[in-house]
Ligand binder design. Structure first.
Ligand SMILES: [Zn+2]
Length: 454
């Protein structure tokens, strides 16, 4: 065995069968696992929630080739540090990828949550290691591969105000009209001169925090009583969940928000998430190929769909709703940024990926590059049979998965058949060529550390 055996090598990746996953072969996770590993057979009654591609010890990925024995990627990287590259090893430490790459297939909403930034991650881990198992931050990026819906960040304040004016249960939950008025009359519309962090913006965030705190501190009896009434109203008066009072309301109108509330209540009966998520957070939908970045200290939840997810290696989660797990309400209320951007601002703006060369205009290499160090993701689309592209050698490691079509993936020394669902590791310093060998469009996603040539 030598390092060159692993410059480009197939991976067999493990799955997580969390309860919220899509069932059997309706799950992209199960489809991909079956394609990559012939010994894997999806059970139609079982949920397949996550496919993990990386070096996380709890669900390891294995490097598999005809010339070497199946070996965990973690072991391979420890043995051959050259695959990580000197610069990335110096920056993030040896033997472990700085990112964890995943596929998620979501049938049922995941908990509403937020993640600390680096400074808060350290502090939480030091004071409560049981609930905060490491001291890292956990930036996450989601790219849809089927129609996706989720919550991301707080709604613009005019939307929350409109919902407070329309929905008496929201007012009752927070303790009555006095507190609703404090919000409705307390926030100020920003003019174009009022930048983020201006006195008006800072004051708006305080007003939003006060409202969120009242929602999160409602007793379970209060929550049960008013969720039942809220769901009744959603069935009876859908128009109240829209713009009937406040013309500045831009959110999901009437029926769609009312339906969402009813649907989420079936999954999580009498849960505070209907208020702190359904009424207070942006409802975001992504089409296949669209992405959102979940900034530190911003609340979010995945509701349904299949996505590619990339994240930094951490398990630090502060939960707010749709979960039976521990909710750290004081830390949650104090940590959030309380930014309140509209839905469009939550989506990522894709850029052309510079370190690639393509055979024709029907090939596209697109970069999703969030403002953090640990990862970026390149989307490659080869529209027609015979289309090919070269992804230049980087000075760090990467992992590629094919989500549509059928391709060939080759380096100077290795050629892999690469049909839908296959995953491969690419070492630092290795350029690869990807060619569409089938009749359908090929789509791949490559997680890289940085856009930095070898
Ligand atoms: Zn998250």
């Amino acid at each position: 065995m030598s390092q060159s055996d692993f410059d480009l090598v197939k991976l067999h990746c493990g799955v997580q069968t969390y309860d919220w996953g899509k069932l059997g072969e309706s799950s992209a996770v199960a489809q991909f696992a079956e394609s990559a590993d012939p010994s894997f057979k999806a059970d139609p009654t079982k949920p397949y929630a996550e496919l993990w591609m990386g070096t996380h010890p709890s669900v390891p990925s294995f490097a598999v080739s005809s010339s070497v024995q199946s070996t965990s990627l973690r072991t391979v990287l420890s043995k051959y540090p050259g695959l990580m590259g000197d610069r990335i090893t110096a920056k993030f430490g040896p033997g472990e990828l700085p990112f964890l790459f995943k596929v998620l297939s979501i049938r049922k909403a995941l908990s509403i949550q937020a993640h600390p930034d680096k400074a808060l991650g350290k502090q939480l881990h030091a004071s409560d290691p049981k609930n905060y198992p490491d001291g890292n931050h956990k930036p996450e990026m989601a790219i849809a591969i089927t129609d996706f819906e989720g919550f991301c960040g707080f709604r613009p304040l005019a939307e929350i105000s409109a919902l407070l004016k329309n929905i008496p249960e929201f007012v009752e939950l927070i303790g009555g009209q006095k507190f609703a008025d404090e919000f409705i009359n307390g926030y100020k519309e920003l003019s174009p001169e009022d930048k983020e962090g201006s006195p008006k913006d800072v004051s708006n965030r305080k007003v939003l925090q006060a409202l969120f705190s009242r929602v999160m501190n409602a007793s379970q009896d209060t929550v049960s009583k008013f969720t039942v009434l809220l769901v009744e109203r959603a069935s009876r008066e859908q128009e109240k969940f829209g713009s009937s009072i406040d013309p500045s309301y831009k959110g999901p109108f009437g029926k769609s928000l009312a339906d969402l509330i009813i649907r989420l209540n079936k999954q999580f009966p009498e849960d505070i998430g209907l208020f702190c998520g359904g009424l207070m957070l942006n409802y975001v939908t992504l089409k296949s190929g669209e992405a959102m970045f979940l900034r530190a200290k911003d609340p979010h939840a995945y509701i349904s769909g299949d996505i590619i997810e990339c994240m930094a290696a951490s398990d630090n989660v502060v939960r707010a709703g749709f979960t039976p797990k521990f909710k750290d309400v004081p830390n949650l209320v104090s940590m959030l940024t309380y930014s309140y951007d509209p839905v469009e601002k939550q989506k990522m703006v894709p850029e052309p990926y510079p370190l690639s060369k393509s055979s024709s205009d029907s090939v596209k290499n697109t970069l999703f590059n969030p403002p953090i160090d640990e990862f970026a993701v390149v989307q490659t689309v080869l529209s027609k049979k015979g289309d090919s592209t070269t992804l230049q050698a980087l000075d760090g490691p990467s992992i590629i998965i094919i989500t549509e079509g059928s391709a060939k993936l080759s380096s100077k020394t290795t050629t892999l058949d690469f049909p839908r669902g296959q995953v491969a590791f690419i070492g630092a310093g290795t350029a690869v060529e990807l060619t569409n060998t089938g009749d359908d469009e090929v789509v791949t996603y490559t997680a890289i550390v940085e856009v930095s040539a070898a």
